[in-house]
Design a protein around this ligand. Structure first.
Ligand SMILES: Cc1cc2nc3c(=O)[nH]c(=O)nc-3n(C[C@H](O)[C@H](O)[C@H](O)COP(=O)(O)OP(=O)(O)OC[C@H]3O[C@@H](n4cnc5c(N)ncnc54)[C@H](O)[C@@H]3O)c2cc1C
Length: 442
């Protein structure tokens, strides 16, 4: 087997070559602020942007650099309601048809709002409405894809169509798929550029961005405001929001008990040139498959490389090992890429809630928007806006997502090693059966 690593191989996100997160802003902390936001990713920065547009000043605190987390490491593949249908096939029975309809309508709206946001703020993020192809990894997966296509078309009009096996070659140079689904309302972006330009837009609207500032905890003051304890001093805030997703830690124990952090891994190939990339992925879309532990992949924004991701390991693996493994998966899926080497390998954390759904809400005064993986970019951009409106004092119509209870499973305390992942997350989906839509109280 050839060495999968190209000369100059680096264990760092490919995206950081063009848009590395930097602590270019570690300003003195104010003594008092209207809203303190913990976490400087898509969720935190989108909240800050929406607050700023409404004249409310916020302070975004990240213990690393602003944009350092999953937001600058992800695959940059975007879709609307499509991923909701993936949570489980019988969502309509679990949630009720009416509520599921509200959720899928809101998800579709979130995708359109995302596109409107990019245009309105002039976000420099290489966004294209590329469409998405999902390959069926087994014959029986075609049934699930057909159900998903029906679900999407019911929510969003004729956006999804099924491709039989003999037409898969129009989409991808593999014989591994037994057919697939094409989704029109889907796109791709450069995630590190997106989070960087979101930060710039938030700053233009008055937000203070403080990288290199860890939040260690907080306490509630008698007047209902908060004293936020940071590594660079205390700040009094009238509202606090946790936007820490897969990196949620001890500072916000309530949220931590509700999230299972999981690493996801990616690689970038060396430059292949657009012609070779088009040979492998003729329509230059974003791609996924139907496996539970799925692959996701896409061309780079300049169409010269292929970026490929998946859960290469269920334990926290080093990115050289995960890189070699993902390289094997890629060349196995698209044999045409045999001999191609990789230049970058990296990982980042996503977070699952026990019900596999995204969550937004407020608990004991602490706001949050978190728990989404495969479509976190659009979902969290949207839920952050919902969180900002909740902080601002409500909006005309409450988000359907804010009505989903954000539950934990005692005695889970936030250590995923406590319960092996495979035995939990996928099986725990079934426990949604006991759901009752209600306020998030325990
Ligand atoms: C490899 C990978 C591929 C992915 N692919 C896709 C994709 O193709 N499409 C898609 O839509 N989504 C994808 N996702 C998911 C998406 O990236 C996430 O859902 C989204 O970026 C989460 O944004 P966030 O702002 O909530 O969290 P993050 O961007 O992870 O930011 C959380 C921040 O909180 C900070 N923090 C934590 N604790 C503290 C503290 N105590 N004090 C201060 N700061 C703190 C961290 O330093 C971190 O920067 C992928 C994720 C990964 C990792």
């Amino acid at each position: 087997m050839t060495d999968p690593f190209a000369p100059g191989f680096i264990e760092r996100p490919y995206w950081w070559d063009a848009a590395p997160p930097t602590i270019d802003s570690a300003p003195p902390l104010p003594e008092e602020i209207a809203v303190a936001i913990i976490g400087g990713g898509i969720a935190g920065l989108s909240t800050a942007l929406e607050l700023g547009r409404n004249g409310v000043k916020s302070l975004v605190l990240d213990r690393e650099m602003i944009g350092w987390g999953a937001s600058s490491r992800n695959g940059g593949a975007l879709a609307g309601a499509g991923s909701l249908g993936k949570v489980r096939a019988d969502l309509d029975k679990v949630l009720g048809k009416q509520f599921l309809h509200e959720l899928s309508e809101e998800s579709e709206g979130a995708f359109e709002s995302f596109e409107a946001l990019v245009a309105r703020e002039g976000l420099d993020c290489d966004y294209v409405r590329s469409g998405r192809f999902v390959g069926a990894h087994a014959p029986k997966a075609m049934d699930a894809l057909k159900r998903r296509a029906d679900f999407i078309n019911a929510a969003a009009g004729e956006q999804a169509f099924i491709l039989p096996r003999e037409r898969v070659a129009e989409e991808i140079a593999t014989d591994r798929f037994f057919g697939g689904m094409v989704l029109h309302r889907a796109g791709s972006l450069h995630p590190a550029k997106y989070v960087r330009s979101l930060g710039q837009a938030a700053e233009r609207n008055g937000a203070i961005l403080a990288g290199g500032t860890e939040v260690r905890g907080y306490k509630r003051l008698p007047d209902g405001s908060f004293l936020v304890d940071t590594s660079r001093g205390a700040v009094r805030a009238h509202h606090v929001m946790a936007a820490t997703n897969g990196y949620t830690g001890k500072a916000t124990p309530w949220q931590r008990r509700r999230l299972i952090p999981v690493a996801s891994y990616m690689i970038a190939t060396e430059e292949l040139g657009e012609e070779r990339v088009r040979k492998a992925l003729p329509k230059l879309r974003v791609y996924g498959d139907t496996k539970k532990v799925l692959y996701y992949f896409r061309p780079s924004p300049d169409y010269r490389r292929i970026l490929f991701g998946g859960r290469a390991s269920f334990v926290d693996a080093d990115t050289k090992r995960s890189g070699a493994k993902l390289h094997r998966f890629l060349t196995d899926l698209i044999p045409e890429l045999e001999g191609v080497r990789i230049t970058h390998s990296w990982k980042g954390n996503v977070a699952f809630a026990f019900d596999m759904m995204p969550h937004v809400g407020v608990e004991d005064g602490m706001h949050d928007a978190m728990a989404r993986n495969g479509d976190g970019v659009t979902t969290l951009t949207h839920l952050a806006t919902v969180a900002a409106r909740m902080i601002l004092g409500g909006s005309n119509k409450a988000s359907a997502y804010s009505r989903i209870p954000f539950e934990t499973r005692p005695p889970y305390s936030g250590h995923p090693g406590f319960m092996p992942f495979i035995g939990t997350a996928y099986q725990l989906r079934d426990r949604m059966d006991g759901w009752r839509l209600r306020d998030r109280k325990h």
